[in-house]
Design a binder for this molecule. Structure first.
Ligand SMILES: C[S@@+](CC[C@H](N)C(=O)[O-])C[C@H]1O[C@@H](n2cnc3c(N)ncnc32)[C@H](O)[C@@H]1O
Length: 264
């Protein structure tokens, strides 16, 4: 995908050009958080007051060229994902060589994610059966990284002739907030309905909740709360969804009995 490669290279050049004035790890993390905050603040009115404060706290650390660079990175990532579904940020993160070996942040190559998603979902008939009368299928990713597995799943759902923007809902968790910011940005730009959580999938503790524009604009909190799912049906997941929810989310929205469609 040449045009996608070009935009990815442009992002790498922007970090190279500005990396000497700032710590590269911090620069990348702050850039991801700012982009995630800008997207969230355009749709998530409940979280906006605190997130506005956080936005200005981060921006205040940088001079004008750096802030302009963040906007350019946002534009390049948007255009890269416009060119096709892929783990654009996971690729950039790895190319910048800032992945954290201690936290095991080696993201799965996208071609492997595609193969795994295909095996998980099966063909168009299986996908349609999963969606069934309820009209959607839910996926759970308990260690999402930048979101490669979810993006590949969306691609496979689309290849089955199904609009993932209407018929797939994702809950994704990562213990590392920077991974969550990356996943959130990619899901938001691809218009994947998703609830992305900073949390520990083993202890089920949660710290932050990020709802994509597709989740909020599609009324997914109500849609999920209104539809009970029979045990053992309509799922793609490995672990139960963490049970602590933000106040504005109906309790049933992020957990339902027997909802499992395994992504890894
Ligand atoms: C090897 S990466 C895989 C990411 C993604 N699933 C992929 O295939 O590209 C593992 C991810 O799990 C996250 N992680 C590790 N322990 C976790 C935990 N207890 N709860 C949630 N996420 C965790 C790490 O931060 C890291 O992003």
């Amino acid at each position: 995908m040449p045009s996608q490669d070009r935009h990815i290279r442009n992002v790498l050049k922007l970090f190279d050009a500005n990396g000497h004035r700032h710590d590269r790890y911090r620069l990348f993390s702050d850039c991801m958080e700012l982009i995630a905050l800008s997207i969230s603040n355009s749709v998530d009115l409940c979280s906006r007051p605190d997130r506005e404060v956080r936005y200005f706290e981060i921006v205040g650390r940088y001079d004008r060229p750096a802030v302009e660079m963040f906007a350019q990175v946002f534009a390049e990532i948007t255009m890269a994902l416009e060119a096709g579904l892929n783990d654009v940020l996971g690729h950039i993160f790895t190319e910048l060589e800032i992945h954290n070996k201690n936290r095991g942040q080696f993201f799965t190559p996208y071609a492997v994610c595609q193969m795994m998603a295909q095996v998980t979902l099966g063909g168009a008939d299986e996908a349609q059966a999963l969606i069934g009368a309820k009209g959607f299928v839910r996926a759970m990713e308990p260690a999402c990284g930048a979101g490669a597995m979810v993006i590949a799943l969306a691609e496979v759902v689309r290849a089955a002739g199904i609009n993932y923007q209407r018929h797939l809902h994702v809950t994704a968790v990562d213990i590392d907030s920077r991974a969550v910011h990356m996943a959130y940005i990619q899901f938001a730009l691809l218009h994947i309905p998703a609830h992305v959580i900073v949390g520990n999938s083993l202890s089920l503790e949660t710290r932050e909740h990020w709802f994509t524009p597709a989740h909020i604009l599609g009324g997914w909190s109500a849609r999920l709360a209104n539809q009970a799912v029979p045990a053992g049906q309509q799922t793609i997941c490995a672990l139960p969804v963490p049970n602590k929810q933000p106040a504005h989310l109906p309790p049933a929205a992020a957990s339902g009995p027997g909802e499992q469609l395994t992504l890894f």
